[in-house]
Design a protein. Structure first.
Lengths: 137, 80
């Protein structure tokens, strides 16, 4: 399941959703807000999403991962709104019978989310400037 | 003449100053519509940098628009 959240993510709560007796492995990934990008000092950022399509495409990715890696369950929540340095921007968790597929699936999910989901990031810099990532001309 | 509903996000939203609009257009395809709007609003991103969605599905720029379609131009994504 893929969802968006405009409030801080709670990893312990999210992890609980994936507990299953038949799972021998659980792997999670957290994306954190970093204080630098492309040589610039980032002081905070904002995420914006085209929600209808983000939820659709995010859900497609989770289903693809579940099938491709034979997962027991998979969960991803992505933040929208204003974030500070160190905040969790995205949480991915997967459970499966064995660790090999759990590692591969979590990698697949975050990679696909970064490529395909209509979410945009605006960085605010120490210099006072701001910019939408990947949108430079 | 068709009437389409357009939603703007991120950089495009900032550059045209609106989140959405209903627009009557002679443009036949999604690509034609973006050309029209880029001329009007001065969008800095060219078509080849963007994706386009109609009614919440990504389509090609040659997709022919229908009356009442919801069109969203998608700037380069940066989630995750």
């Amino acid at each position: 399941m893929f969802s968006l959240s405009d409030s801080p993510l709670d990893p312990k709560k999210l992890e609980k959703h994936l507990h299953a007796a038949e799972a021998g492995a659980f792997v999670s990934f957290q994306g954190w807000v970093r204080n630098h990008n492309d040589g610039k000092d980032v002081i905070r950022l904002e995420y914006e999403a085209y929600q209808d399509l983000a939820l659709k495409e995010g859900q497609r990715i989770m289903e693809e991962a579940t099938e491709k890696f034979d997962l027991i369950d998979a969960l991803c929540v992505h933040r929208i709104g204003k974030l500070e340095i160190g905040d969790i921007a995205v949480w991915v968790g997967v459970s499966s019978a064995h660790r090999d597929t759990a590692f591969s699936a979590s990698r697949f999910i975050i990679d696909e989310i970064k490529k395909r989901v209509p979410i945009w990031k605006k960085e605010h810099y120490d210099s006072g400037d701001s910019g939408w990532v990947n949108c430079e001309t | 003449m068709k009437e389409v509903r357009i939603r703007y996000f991120a950089l495009l939203r900032e550059q045209c100053g609106k989140e959405k609009e209903v627009r009557k257009t002679e443009s036949g395809t999604a690509g034609d519509l973006y050309d029209e709007l880029q001329k009007l609003y001065g969008f800095s991103l060219d078509q080849e940098r963007l994706w386009v969605a109609v009614n919440h599905e990504i389509v090609s720029w040659s997709h022919v628009l229908d009356d009442d379609d919801e069109v969203v131009f998608i700037p380069p994504v940066a989630g995750g």
